[in-house]
Design a protein around this ligand. Structure first.
Ligand SMILES: [Zn+2]
Length: 79
């Protein structure tokens, strides 16, 4: 009998991308991503003691609008 071996590392979970290639984000996810990506790179939006910049405000308003529409659609479709 050979030496006990460590189990093979699960290469699949290590190499699998978080979002599969060719997968598109939903409009809500895209709006949220645009909002957070901007906020992380914008010194004014990143500082919680300051107001958001105009772009940050627009992106946040767009995200809220899109997500509210999605919630309304869900509520309408739910019996
Ligand atoms: Zn900003």
């Amino acid at each position: 009998m050979g030496e006990p071996r460590d189990p093979e590392p699960a290469t699949e979970s290590r190499t699998a991308p978080i979002v599969a290639a060719g997968t598109t984000l939903s409009p809500v996810q895209e709006a949220y991503s645009a909002c957070t990506t901007h906020a992380l790179g914008c010194p004014k939006c990143r500082d919680i003691d300051r107001d958001r910049c105009i772009d940050g405000d627009r992106l946040r308003a767009a995200y809220l609008e899109i997500s509210n529409q999605a919630y309304r659609r869900l509520a309408d479709e739910t019996p």
